[in-house]
Design a protein around this ligand. Structure first.
Ligand code: PMP
Ligand code: GLN
Length: 382
């Protein structure tokens, strides 16, 4: 967590966004859309503020949002959760993950994730004083080897963090991989924390929540967020759903992280979660078209493209263009051609970083002309 001189490190997202701003580059680094979500939701937040919803929300979240989360789980996945005891609202998925890891893992425990892994997992596991064990995802489809998955479990495995759809690779894990995780977690009496913030951003098969699999719900905390689903990443409204006893432990930690989360945004997200199915399908459709434009652009620029099945992100290999250090390239790219991207190696420990050394992650949650312009600029790399 500390930089080489002992100062606090800055996340790669901050670093690359700052570079993009400095060089006026197209920012395909940090994953945020360049168009806001529904105006009606923004109006609802405004109305809530003007209507006086400006003091602390209940620590567990406003009742209307907890009910909306429960109704969403039931509607899309047939998962029944009790809004009063089995749902807690958090300040983004980030706080949900932080509170879950701090609540459930500590010194002497092992926490398993796939690798590459979203950066906050590594940071939170370290802050909890637990040990981070990783299972590699293998190109081109970024799926795990089931024997390697099994070998990573041991008597000290306390927690498994799943991220599906997966950031940074855009991989989606199917029932076979997820089912195996559930079996292994059960065999080792481990808890599963599943980060499903991209649940509605899938381009092929429908999303399969871990908690919907047989025998999974009793040991699974599901984390999600309004940021990606509604294109309001700055609102920082997330939630955690799962068994009462586990949610209560998350709540204990959340009390001392933030106590409660922004009241007016909770009102607006409750409205959004009630939108018809077509709204949610429409987001994925629009995003799939953007994915195709950027994938084609990257391909014609000479990169090897791994087409994602979900998320905001495409992973591409710069090795065919003669680059072998994507971290170095990412730091030069904004000045060189006016595009910012994220090196995949920053989502890895040392071994993983070697395996992913030449890979860059590009966000495609941007307007189509901007993606076309980014593709044109990338073609100058060859
Ligand atoms: N998990 C994953 C996998 C993410 O990509 C992100 C960032 N969007 C988050 C969690 C954080 O979500 P939030 O902004 O709701 O805290
Ligand atoms: N989740 C976003 C990404 O992966 C960024 C979030 C952040 O800046 N921490 O790009």
């Amino acid at each position: 967590l500390l930089g080489p001189d002992g100062t606090l490190g800055v996340t790669i997202f901050e670093e690359m966004t700052a570079l993009a701003v400095r060089h006026g580059a197209i920012n395909l680094g940090q994953g945020f859309p360049d168009e806001d979500g529904p105006a009606e939701m923004a109006e609802a937040a405004r109305a809530a503020i003007l209507g006086g919803a400006n003091q602390y929300a209940p620590g567990q979240g406003i009742p209307r949002l907890r009910e909306a989360v429960a109704a969403h789980q039931e509607r899309f996945y047939g998962i029944a959760v009790d809004p009063w005891r089995e749902v807690i609202v958090t300040t983004g998925a980030t706080e949900g993950i932080a509170a879950a890891v701090l609540a459930l893992a500590g010194p002497g425990d092992e926490v398993l994730t796939f690798e590459p892994f979203y950066d906050s997992y590594g940071a939170m596991i370290a802050l909890a004083g637990a040990e981070h064990v990783t299972v590699p995802l293998h190109a081109p489809h970024f799926q795990p080897d089931l024997a390697e998955l099994e070998a990573a479990f041991g008597p000290r495995t306390r927690l498994v963090i799943v991220n599906n759809p997966h950031n940074p690779t855009g991989a989606v894990f199917g029932p076979q991989v997820l089912g195996r995780i559930v079996e292994l977690a059960e065999a080792h009496d481990a808890v599963i924390v599943t980060d499903e913030v991209y649940e509605h951003l899938v381009f092929g098969a429908p999303h399969v929540p871990v908690a919907s699999l047989p025998r999974a719900a009793e040991r699974t905390l599901t984390v999600s967020s309004a940021g990606k689903t509604f294109s309001f990443t700055g609102w920082k409204v997330g939630w955690v759903a799962g068994p009462e006893e586990l949610v209560a432990r998350v709540r204990t930690i959340k009390q001392f992280l933030t106590y409660s989360s922004g009241t007016p945004f909770q009102e607006a997200v409750a409205l959004g979660l009630g939108y018809p199915d077509e709204f949610f399908h429409g987001i994925a459709r629009a995003l799939a078209a953007k994915r195709d434009i950027l994938a084609e652009g990257l391909r014609s620029a000479g990169l090897e493209v791994y087409v994602p099945e979900g998320t905001y992100f495409i992973t591409a290999d710069t090795a065919p263009l003669g680059f072998d250090d994507a971290l170095d390239l990412a730091r030069r790219l904004p000045e060189l051609i006016g595009v910012a991207a994220i090196p995949v190696s920053v989502f890895c420990h040392d071994d993983g970083a070697r395996r992913t050394r030449s890979l860059l992650r590009f966000a495609f949650c941007k307007k189509e002309p901007l993606l076309a312009e980014a593709a044109a600029r990338l073609s100058r790399l060859s």
